[in-house]
Design a protein around this ligand. Structure first.
Ligand SMILES: [Zn+2]
Length: 111
């Protein structure tokens, strides 16, 4: 099953195509305190319980919700910095922009 980004209104799906476009996907942190920060940032409500939504196992956020400085680069791979909290394109923080597409990141051709 294809996983998709847990942010409200975000349609990014974890596919090879998304990754080619420079979108990376990141699981919710295991660390309880940081996980809470993410949940707060995502600001979703469970429609059934009307309580704060909780990420299930394998819940992910796409890289569009993180600032450029939240990433560390290892060659072609991007990794979130420790303590990074999503801050972009989330309902509580900023209005959803109509131009929410991220400029594609060009990867060097592999030989
Ligand atoms: Zn997303």
């Amino acid at each position: 099953m294809t996983r998709s980004c847990s942010a409200l209104g975000c349609t990014a799906r974890d596919t090879g195509r998304s990754r080619e476009r420079g979108i990376s996907f990141h699981q919710f942190p295991v660390d309880a305190a940081q996980r809470r920060e993410w949940i707060r940032a995502v600001n979703r409500v469970d429609p059934r319980s009307r309580r704060a939504w909780r990420p299930g196992p394998g819940a992910i956020l796409c890289s569009r919700h993180f600032a450029e400085g939240d990433f560390e680069c290892y060659g072609l791979r991007r990794k979130l910095r420790r303590g990074a909290v999503p801050s972009r394109f989330l309902p509580s923080v900023s209005k959803w922009h109509s131009s929410c597409t991220q400029a594609p990141i060009s990867f060097p051709m592999s030989h």
